[in-house]
Design a protein around this ligand. Structure first.
Ligand SMILES: [Mn+2]
Length: 473
């Protein structure tokens, strides 16, 4: 025991300080918290103090109600807020000069002393007791990180194919297909890291309107739906050869699609630069047939390799600006029923790019079309065109304004806010969403508030709402 503690204890236990009054009430802290620690020692202290009249048993009356509000109110000469403050001040000043003041002073001193004496030692569990640390996800900010705290198992192990996956989240850590800033290989981990607080019933999804099919969907509450949502981790992708890396991703996505499922697995991919979408589309196409791609981005990404990157070698031809050209060429797309939304980056070769984009099967909503039509109308027009065909949604995070998502490869000013994007996504409810991705999050360029990764978690949260809504139908 340190000297100061010894002195304190000596002072507190001195008989001279424990004075008369059975009137002395329990301290503020006691009344707020009740018994802080229930140990035999603290109970012994309290019993002793009650016997000696230092504290009374817990009072039954409501302390707030017993405060004489009427008297204070009656003393007010102004009914506005400033008047109330002044009146309260005068009231408490007047109390100070009352004949009860010595008693009040004694009460506060005594109450503190009572509190100090009544507090016991912290009662720690036995050294081998792990009952309160058993749940590894018990800490909001700790634990092994999976997206949204969904369970993880090795989805690429053939032995696991009989384990149900209705919705998979998988990372594609790859950034050697970018034209400007790299770093998206760190996207999957960063997005997972930012997803720790996901959970609970959204107030916005379906606007809590019981007639809205999105309302009531809480992907993180396994009691609220019957689907197996698994974080499959990341597909290992080599940083040294894009041909091998992208093939690894294709085989990873394909393996997930082989799992047993209530319908067929629907994969949500976290990029990675946008090149990874081609492999996700390839595997989804094999399962679901031609896909209507709804592509949120500031760039068209249907560039002809002759225009972007492919001039010197065929290896350079497939990159994050040309992958949709290849998706169209390979026949994965439901041509004419694909959309770009949020476009604003300049064409490289305007007349050629525009025609080639249309040939790839795309319609365009520009970033500023949101101001002309509003999110619900944009979604309505998309839905009218794509109908009941299988939908793949790809969100390049650079569709957002750099103010909302600075950490991305190729920033373009004049984009949507995260709220506007979420509004458009939610308004797509009712579509048969069979796969989705969010790509181009490059954490090294993010603020310390991980704002871009956070935006990506909200996008995936919207995907999960849309997909569960599809599965429910
Ligand atoms: Mn893109």
């Amino acid at each position: 025991m340190k000297l100061i503690e010894f002195v304190c204890l000596a002072v507190l236990t001195t008989k001279g300080l424990s004075s008369p009054s059975a009137e002395v009430r329990e301290s503020l802290m006691d009344s707020l918290y009740g018994e802080l620690v229930a140990t035999p020692e603290s109970r012994h202290y309290q019993a002793q103090m009650m016997t000696q009249g230092e504290v009374r048993p817990p009072a039954a009356e409501n302390k707030i109600a017993s405060f004489d509000q009427r008297a204070v109110w009656d003393s007010l000469d102004a009914k506005d807020a400033v008047g109330l403050q002044q009146a309260l001040y005068r009231h408490f000043e007047s109390q100070k000069t009352s004949r009860e003041q010595p008693y009040n002073d004694h009460f506060y001193a005594k109450a503190h002393e009572s509190y100090m004496k009544a507090r016991g030692k912290v009662h720690l569990p036995a050294d081998d007791d792990t009952s309160d640390i058993f749940d590894e996800n018990g800490s909001l900010f700790g634990g092994i990180v999976t997206f949204g705290r969904f369970p993880h198992f090795n989805c690429f192990d053939k032995e696991s194919y009989n384990r149900d996956i209705d919705i998979a989240v998988v990372g594609a850590p790859f950034d050697t297909g970018v034209s400007y800033r790299p770093g998206a290989r760190f996207g999957p981990n960063s997005v997972r890291e930012a997803s720790k607080r996901l959970g609970g019933l959204s107030m916005d999804r379906g606007r809590l309107n019981k007639h809205n099919s999105l309302a009531g969907i809480n992907p993180y509450d396994t009691n609220s739906h019957n689907y197996s949502i698994i974080d499959c981790g990341d597909v290992p992708m080599t940083p040294f050869d894009n041909r091998i890396a992208l093939n690894q991703l294709y085989r990873g996505e394909r393996a997930i699609h082989k799992h047993s499922s209530k319908t067929k697995p629907r994969v949500v991919t976290i990029g990675g630069d946008h090149t990874v979408t081609l492999m996700a589309l390839r595997s989804a196409y094999e399962q679901y047939g031609q896909l209507s791609v709804i592509h949120f981005d500031s760039h068209i990404d249907t560039w002809d390799p002759k225009v972007l990157g492919g001039g010197l070698s065929s290896y350079m031809a497939l990159n994050h600006g040309t992958f949709l050209h290849y998706a169209a060429e390979q026949g994965y797309l439901n041509k004419g029923a694909c959309f770009h939304a949020g476009m604003r980056a300049p064409f490289i070769d305007a007349s050629y790019d525009r025609q080639h984009d249309a040939d790839c099967g795309f319609n365009i909503f520009t970033a500023r079309d949101l101001d002309r039509f509003g999110p619900v109308e944009i979604a309505r027009r998309i839905k009218q065109k794509v109908g009941s065909s299988p939908i793949y949604i790809s969100v390049d995070i650079d569709v957002l304004d750099p103010a909302n998502a600075p950490a991305t490869g190729t920033m373009e000013i004049g984009g949507w806010t995260s709220r506007e994007l979420l509004n458009v996504l939610d308004a797509l409810q009712g579509l048969d969403v069979v796969g989705a991705d969010v790509v181009e999050v490059s954490p090294p360029y993010d603020s310390h508030s991980e704002v871009t990764s956070l935006a990506a978690t909200a996008v995936i949260d919207s995907f999960l709402g849309l997909i569960i809504n599809s599965l429910n139908r």
